[in-house]
Design a protein around this ligand. Structure first.
Ligand code: NZQ
Ligand code: ZN
Length: 393
């Protein structure tokens, strides 16, 4: 087992009706003026925003609002939020939404707490030295941003999607009421479940040894999400299934499933981020579309790990070589994606990739030839191109 630090400082308030505690949770932080940040309207239609407003009023917290965050959240709205927070002297940003809203809130928080252009952090030109406190009322189980240290923003200038991570942006509290996720469209529920699984799978496919505890947590987490995702496809209003998936989303990306490992591979995520930036696809669906292509490309570098995954997670009976068992696990995972109506190729998302677009994706994903991705096998620009090509469908 490798040395590790596990830091998960977010206070989680989980269960039915917990959104009514939001005002009190803000007050506990010693904050008086909040920016309520939200997306394209689901929280208005469901009445959640109104309930949050009431809870803030009752706790004597003043607030201003900024909606309009879209999936693959845009830098231009982040700039607008920074100006608004400065003008209104906001001291906490309350993200009411999913990964996109939370990530936008974190970026605004960096922009207010640090001088200069906030995009510098996402370009890795400098490091943030603080962030305005972030609070979350979660509406979709997916990205895990409610407990993670990261934030992913899309710059419309060049359509570059870039991430930045630091502990400063970890949410002070996260309110999670599974009931709120009942209004999710089926596609978003499925896409979210894929993302949750992938946050653990990216960590699971690593080059470390001897992580019995972490492997056990990870394998069980993935199986639990698979089981409950299938229930939700039939019964979207099943509270227990919503609750299992929601808690798994946070545990999958708060660092727990990476303890004692080298951190994992993350190539599928990096490959998807460019698809999200260029084609605006739902993040989890985009990963489902490239994962099989990535897995087949790297399996021979760590066949025994793929075999373990196939047996312990996918229920494959080991037969023949590790390569053969591992391949069966990949096929079983793609079968599961299909059962959720998730894509297993880029064409399945309605995108007919042209040759020059595959080259452009590989250019951008390799940061114009300046970086490699992945740890199972280090992938350069040419490898990325081939994985996109094999994923094209
Ligand atoms: O904008 P509204 O109207 O709210 O609609 C949203 C949006 O269209 C809708 N939705 C959310 N909650 C709902 C709902 N509709 C009905 N009822 C509800 N209760 O769902 C759509 C997707 O929302 P979004 O926030 O984009 O989803 P998700 O949580 O999957 O976030 C995706 C973003 O997070 C990034 C992704 O790259 C992507 O940009 N990620 C962030 C990470 C992090 N910060 O740690 C890690 C992830 O790997 C990921 O990269
Ligand atoms: Zn993800």
């Amino acid at each position: 087992m490798e040395n590790f630090q596990y830091y998960a400082p977010t206070k989680v308030v989980f269960g039915k009706g917990t959104e009514d505690q939001t005002g009190q949770l803000v007050a506990e932080q010693g904050c008086r003026k909040v920016l309520v940040h939200y997306g394209s309207g689901s929280v208005v239609r469901s009445g959640l925003l109104e309930r949050i407003g009431r809870s803030l009023d009752e706790a004597g917290i003043a607030y201003v609002s900024l909606g309009g965050v879209v999936p693959n959240p845009r830098l231009s709205l982040v700039y607008e939020g920074i100006e608004l927070c400065k003008k209104e002297k906001v001291d906490l940003i309350l993200a009411v939404g999913g990964g996109s809203v939370i990530d936008s809130a974190k970026a605004i928080g960096y922009g207010v707490a640090n001088g200069g252009d906030v995009w510098d952090f996402y370009e890795k030109k400098r490091k943030a030295e603080g962030c305005l406190p972030i609070g979350v009322v979660l509406t979709i189980a997916a990205a895990g941003s409610e407990m993670s240290d990261s934030s992913v923003i899309t710059n419309e200038d060049g359509w570059l999607k870039r991430g930045y991570s630091s502990n400063y942006a970890r949410a002070k509290f996260a309110v999670m009421d599974p009931d709120i996720t009942m209004t999710l469209p089926k596609y978003q529920t499925a896409s979210g479940c894929v993302d949750i699984m992938m946050h653990t799978m990216e960590r699971y496919f690593n080059r470390s040894d001897n992580m019995e505890m972490t492997d056990g947590i990870s394998e069980h987490l993935i199986r639990t999400v698979m089981k409950n995702a299938k229930i939700l496809m039939r019964k979207p209003d099943d509270y227990n299934a919503r609750a299992e998936v929601m808690w798994a989303a946070s545990l999958s990306h708060n660092g727990l499933t990476g303890c004692g490992t080298d951190g994992g591979d993350w190539a599928s995520h990096q490959l998807e981020h460019e698809l999200g930036g260029m084609f605006d696809v739902a993040h989890g669906a985009g990963i489902a579309a490239v994962w099989g292509s990535w897995a087949r490309y790297v399996i021979d570098a760590r066949a025994e790990r793929f075999a373990q995954f196939a047996v312990n997670v996918m229920g494959v009976t080991p037969e023949g070589t590790d390569m053969e068992t591992g391949m069966k696990g990949i096929e079983a995972m793609e079968e599961f994606f299909r059962a959720l109506d998730m894509p297993v190729s880029i064409r399945d998302m309605g995108i007919e990739l042209r040759e020059e677009q595959m080259r452009e994706l590989a250019e951008k994903c390799s940061h114009f030839g300046k970086r490699t991705i992945g740890c199972i096998r280090k992938l350069d620009k040419e490898d990325m191109y081939r994985i996109y090509k094999n994923a094209r469908g």
